[in-house]
Design a protein around this ligand. Structure first.
Ligand code: GDD
Length: 402
């Protein structure tokens, strides 16, 4: 069996700004979705790939930000090595791969390297991608997903030859429509990827010597600098994703990802979730340290974090409730994220609209309460973003509350 390694591109503190205010206190890769940090979902899928020996996270967060998660992950997945390699600055989606090439290629030398974005929600069909990859002679296989025509240009767009799955053309976020099949942010490459990255880096260095507008730094983009030339050389293939896929860029998209993951876990690992009952409508995740009044009605699509208290007659649906929050009696939380250590007063209502298919500027859908927000009893907060440490005692709708 050939050796594989997995790389997770986790970005750094300057990324994830569209996730604010949630990322003010919690780095984006560690945001809890369906009861687990965002990054746990691809990591656990990697742990199931036969022959995968190591998962390497590359990013520019301080080591201390990731150390707690890594310690716990090593305990949970003892059969794979888990490491974090920190870039000295944002090096782009291929710069870190280049900078840390020796660490990635050290023994056991991998034949295949998976690369995965972390801000996506997917079934991560790594084993199926590996199967397709081992059948062709290309340098890489990319996971293609189909999106609506109106949103395709937000992504890397792919033109594929249907019979052979060969990538004919790749354009990153094109100005005009070329295809509904887009880059899903999951790749598998042969180790010769590093030769291709070296060529791209040498070309950039040569350009920098001639053009003062090109900086002679280590920043390199996997999509434009590596995949575009690989597609032109007919060295890339496309695995067509048949399962769910979404980007997790905004706080609202975390609510969608939460439902998708919970629905999947309901089939794959139902014991992780709360048992269905007249007052628990599956799928629901409730941390073992949360206290839930038996008269509260919860679900579907709800994740309740550690130490949360849910009072009598509370209703929660399509929501994430983070650590230490208190939902007082008869309060109601719908299509919202309630940050850590908030207090939602009795009979208060926090609600939102589901994430729209297309972002409309200036319109808030899902309500987000940041950390330590306090709502007075009987207040209504609808489609609002509320910043940390705010106390609200009046009704609000479609507002950012600073
Ligand atoms: N280590 C590291 N260093 N990671 C980075 C850096 C960096 O400098 N910059 C971005 N990342 C990580 C992000 O954390 C994320 O996981 C991934 O790389 C891609 O992030 P973006 O650069 O913000 O790209 P994007 O999400 O707008 O688009 C990419 O993903 C789409 C799918 O979600 C592209 O690959 C698109 O083609 C693709 O469709």
């Amino acid at each position: 069996m050939s050796v594989s390694k997995g790389v997770l591109l986790i970005g750094g503190p300057s990324k994830g700004t569209r996730m604010r205010p949630l990322t003010l206190d919690c780095p984006k890769p560690l945001l809890p979705i369906a009861g687990k940090p965002m990054i746990w979902h691809p990591l656990s899928a990697f742990a199931k790939v036969p022959g995968l020996t190591e998962v390497i996270m590359i990013g520019f967060y301080e080591d201390s930000v990731m150390s707690g998660f890594i310690k716990e992950a090593k305990r949970e997945f003892p059969n794979i090595a888990i490491t974090y390699l920190r870039e000295y600055k944002a090096l782009g989606t291929a710069g870190g791969l280049y900078h840390f090439r020796d660490s990635i290629l050290r023994a056991p030398v991998p034949q295949n390297i998976f690369i995965c974005n972390i801000d996506i929600c997917s079934a991560f069909p790594f084993t199926e991608i590996l199967e397709l990859h081992s059948k062709h002679r290309g340098v890489g296989t990319i996971m293609g997903v189909n999106v609506r025509k109106e949103s395709a240009q937000k992504y890397g767009c792919i033109v594929t030859e249907p019979e052979s799955q060969l990538m004919m053309h790749y354009v990153e976020k094109p100005d005009s429509w070329i295809s509904n099949t887009v880059n899903g942010g999951v790749y598998l490459f042969d180790k010769s990827l590093f030769d291709e990255i070296k060529i791209a880096m040498d070309e950039k260095t040569a350009r920098a010597a001639e053009d003062p507008l090109v900086k002679p730094d280590e920043i390199l983009r996997l999509e434009q600098d590596v995949i575009v030339p690989l597609a032109a050389a007919k060295k890339m293939y496309v695995y067509q994703c048949k399962d769910f896929w979404r980007q997790i860029k905004t706080a609202a998209s975390a609510v969608t990802a939460n439902s998708l993951y919970l629905t999947r876990i309901q089939k794959s690992n139902p014991d992780f979730l709360a048992k269905s009952s007249p007052n628990v409508i599956s799928p629901v995740y409730i941390d073992s340290t949360a206290t839930i009044d038996p008269t509260a009605k919860i679900g579907p699509n709800v994740a309740i974090g550690p130490g949360v208290t849910v009072g009598a007659g509370v209703r929660v649906k399509d929501a994430i409730v983070l650590e230490g929050t208190n939902l007082e009696q008869h309060s109601c939380v719908l299509t919202s994220i309630v940050g850590a250590n908030c207090n939602v007063g009795a009979w208060a209502r926090v609600d939102g609209k589901p994430e729209p298919e297309q972002d409309v500027k200036g319109q808030i859908s899902v309500t987000i309460l940041a950390t330590e927000v306090s709502l007075a009893p009987e207040t209504l907060v609808r489609s609002c973003i509320v910043l940390p440490n705010k106390s609200l005692n009046r009704n609000s709708a479609n507002e950012v509350l600073l």
